[in-house]
Design a protein around this ligand. Structure first.
Ligand code: AMP
Ligand code: ZN
Length: 509
């Protein structure tokens, strides 16, 4: 297998991945702030991190992957201004901040499952507050100063603050400094002391008064606690390259007492950032534009994995523009692949049944993925196909900074091969899907027929009406057949005569 090359945002260069510990890969991904539902832009960040994790596993590394849950401390502005997001949501919904966190974390995890994202460790920030206080105490003397509103990190005490963002640390910075008394505009809160006379739902005692940790601290603390210092790869959305990750790096450098300049000093060997999901109005965000959740897509009749495929169709470092047409195209592509796999399975079963005793029922129960995909069980034809077809080009593009759009074309290519057995093709697709995560071997046509939330007619009613229409057409009773069709249209059912995918009908929204 060729080497894995990844683009390191810190050096702005493509680099060959070399694990810090032989045979192991340790990855940290900034997780969600659980004060609201995640929008599909957020979920793009986790599809990307999942793909990275799957590639590392494909290459044989023992993967430890952490995606933290921010359940405290994130303000409505990155610049230490505004309200605490959790407290604000709790007040608005008349619930406790703890209930809010629990509810939205569960919703986030359900979305991960629907997108077939592996289940990494999900530590919560609130479980690490003591460790955060210890960290702040350790760096306080050399790197921090106290104001009435809390403990602040003096960014001029580390050598290359903002290297990741390539930011000008003073005047040119887009972050406006709203906190009086800060020494540098880009200094940030390590600890936010609760103002006198106020109480927060989530607050802890500290040497700097009762209060809550600053948001950036949790990721330094949790990544070091769970993965060590330094660890291999840190990921997040591209917005984190500007503020959150430079602040993490500054904290790491302070804690490790290093001079900077070296990637390992930053805390991670490689920093990777996915670009945004945008729509015509710009970056998808929780505060502007249409708030599209995964559930919104499902309500409109799309399978969640169509969205995963849509993400994979773009390189993670490119912007991806969301449109319903684009999602529809991805959905059709997914259907095509699933139907291709289904017909390979049928062909394979036919071949197996022709070659075994007719009263042996075992082939009917056979399920993919088959054991021969790995190791000794691999049949000759599978091994040859793998070498000849396919996984070579698939790996070549994938290991070139995760070029998933190109990797996907290898799947199409496998289908187009004329001289390979269905068994061999299925084995290669199984292997590819271990990285793509589209459940290609288990998804069925029925799974992909998602019922839009607004639909009033049942599947059984549609099937009955279509059978009646077929009879009418056979009897050349076109008046009846047209009436049935119009009736179905009125109920939101589009009849798809001659659909090359044989889909017959779909429910419109
Ligand atoms: P947040 O909960 O706001 O911290 O966001 C969770 C993750 O989603 C972070 O890694 C963000 O960088 C990422 N993110 C936010 N908006 C988008 C977007 N429109 N497209 C892709 N990633 C995003
Ligand atoms: Zn983070």
């Amino acid at each position: 297998m060729s080497e894995l090359k990844l683009f390191n945002s810190l050096t702005r260069q493509m680099e060959i991945f070399k694990p810090i510990h032989e045979g192991e890969a340790k990855v940290y991904t900034c997780g969600p702030t659980v004060y609201n539902y995640q929008h599909i832009g957020n979920m793009r960040a986790y599809v990307f991190a999942d793909t990275l994790g799957r590639v590392l596993r494909y290459k044989g590394y023992k993967l430890t992957h952490v995606v933290n849950i921010t359940d405290v401390g994130h303000l409505t502005s990155d610049a230490d201004a505004g309200d605490d997001k959790m407290e604000k949501a709790a007040a608005a919904q008349g619930k406790t901040a703890w209930d809010i966190a629990q509810y939205y974390q569960a919703d986030f995890e359900a979305d991960l499952a629907r997108l077939n994202i592996r289940k990494p460790a999900h530590p919560k920030a609130t479980e690490y507050v003591d460790a955060m206080i210890d960290w702040a105490k350790a760096i306080e003397a050399k790197h921090c100063y106290q104001l009435e509103s809390g403990l602040y990190f003096d960014t001029s005490t580390v050598p290359d603050y903002g290297r990741l963002a390539r930011a000008n640390t003073d005047a040119g910075e887009s972050r406006i400094d709203p906190v009086p008394g800060k020494r540098n505009a880009v200094d940030f809160a390590i600890w936010r002391t609760t103002p006198a006379g106020e109480t927060r739902q989530m607050e802890w005692d500290s040497p700097w008064g009762r209060g809550a940790p600053g948001w950036h601290l949790e990721c330094s603390v949790m990544s070091a606690a769970l993965l060590g210092h330094p660890f291999d790869i840190h990921t997040g959305g591209i917005d984190h390259r500007e503020v959150h990750h430079p602040c993490e790096i500054a904290q790491n450098q302070a804690r490790q007492n290093v001079k900077g300049g070296d990637c390992a000093d930053s805390g991670a060997g490689i920093w990777m950032h996915n670009n945004f999901l945008i729509d015509r109005r710009g970056k998808m965000s929780k505060s502007s534009g249409e708030f599209l959740r995964l559930q919104t897509l499902v309500d409109r009749g799309f399978h969640p994995l169509a969205y995963r495929l849509m993400c994979l169709q773009a390189h993670y470092r490119s912007e991806l523009e969301f449109s319903w047409e684009g999602l529809q195209a991805a959905f059709v592509r997914l259907k095509r692949i699933v139907m291709g796999v289904e017909s390979l399975k049928v062909r394979h079963a036919e071949l197996v049944s022709a070659s075994i005793a007719p009263n042996n029922p075992s082939f009917e129960e056979e399920e993919w993925p088959l054991k021969q995909v790995q190791g000794d069980g691999k049949s000759d034809s599978v091994g040859q196909t793998e070498r000849r077809v396919g996984t070579m080009r698939f790996e070549e593009v994938l290991f070139d900074d995760l070029n998933t759009p190109e990797a996907l074309t290898s799947v199409d290519w496998v289908f187009s091969l004329k001289d390979e057995t269905p068994e061999a093709k299925l084995a290669v697709i199984t292997k590819m899907d271990s990285v793509l995560g589209l459940n290609l071997l288990t998804l069925t046509r029925e799974d992909l027929r998602i019922r839009p939330a607004t639909a009033t007619i049942t599947e059984a009613e549609i099937e009955t009406a279509l059978a009646a229409r077929k009879e009418a057409r056979a009897a050349k009773d076109f008046a009846t057949s047209d009436r049935i069709r119009d009736d179905l249209i009125a109920k939101g059912v589009e009849v798809m005569d001659g659909d090359p995918l044989g889909w017959d009908w779909k429910l419109d929204v």
